[in-house]
Design a protein around this ligand. Structure first.
Ligand code: CDP
Length: 223
């Protein structure tokens, strides 16, 4: 039988990552952070001084990218040039460029191939922007997480603040808005809720409540 996919989409700081990781652990599925791949391509372009506006150079970079996938502690991970990427893909410069790179059709087509291939590792909980609309439109279970703009900016500011980076609330808010606008406005597979997805407004909810809601719903279904 084919491996199963639970798709969790939504904008930045809607709570997707934490929720998806915990849902995966509760179900015994593997967790996939699709955004990490777009971030990794962006990081590599910045490293190689390839302009993040130059789609043909980014495309060449992609063709020559040495990427490998493996499973570790319930997560589908990857290495680039035999190196695991950690905080470097969360840097401000990556944040500011990732949506431009992710809007390039050449990049999206390649990342979608990588993501679809991950079912070979097992059942997946995959989070992103287009998982239920483009990557796995036939996923058994689709969720769309959202929260008010202010709530999302507060959450992201808190995360960054915990990491002690110097950035103001206004900067975080503006950066999220810029990214949302590109993600929702791009031509190929823009961020939107898939048909049949369950929408969860997480504004007044804590992580436990969102995880419980999803897990209860999934457990009520014949998997
Ligand atoms: O951490 P955050 O939720 O802010 O973003 P992320 O999930 O790490 O994704 C970073 C960026 O990658 C997004 O702003 C999108 O531009 C892009 N992305 C995408 O286009 N499609 C996906 N399935 C996942 C991410």
């Amino acid at each position: 039988m084919a491996n199963k996919v639970v798709a969790i989409d939504g904008p930045s700081a809607s709570g997707k990552s934490t929720v998806a990781k915990r849902v995966a652990a509760a179900l015994g599925f593997l967790y996939v952070d699709s955004g990490a791949l777009y971030r990794a391509v962006t990081w590599k372009a910045l490293q190689e001084k390839v302009s993040t506006s130059d789609a043909s150079r980014v495309s060449i970079l992609l063709q020559n990218l040495a990427i490998t996938f493996y499973e570790k502690e319930g997560i589908v991970c990857f290495k680039i040039d035999d190196r695991e990427l950690k905080n470097e893909i969360r840097a401000i410069e990556v944040n500011e460029n990732v949506s431009k790179i992710a809007a390039m059709p050449e990049v999206r087509s390649q990342v979608v191939v990588w993501l679809r291939d991950m079912v070979r590792f097992g059942d997946l909980v995959m989070e992103g922007r287009d998982i239920a609309t483009a990557v796995f439109p036939n996923a058994e279970h689709k969720f769309y997480l959202d929260a008010s703009e202010e709530e999302r900016a507060k959450r992201r500011f808190q995360e960054i603040h915990d990491g002690a980076e110097k950035i103001t609330f206004t900067d975080v808010n503006e950066s999220l808005k810029r990214r949302d606008a590109i993600d929702k406005g791009r031509k190929m597979d823009p961020l939107r809720m898939a048909n049949g997805a369950v929408k969860i407004d997480t504004t007044g909810m804590n992580i436990d409540q969102v995880v419980q809601f999803i897990v209860d719903r999934l457990k009520a279904c014949v998997f």
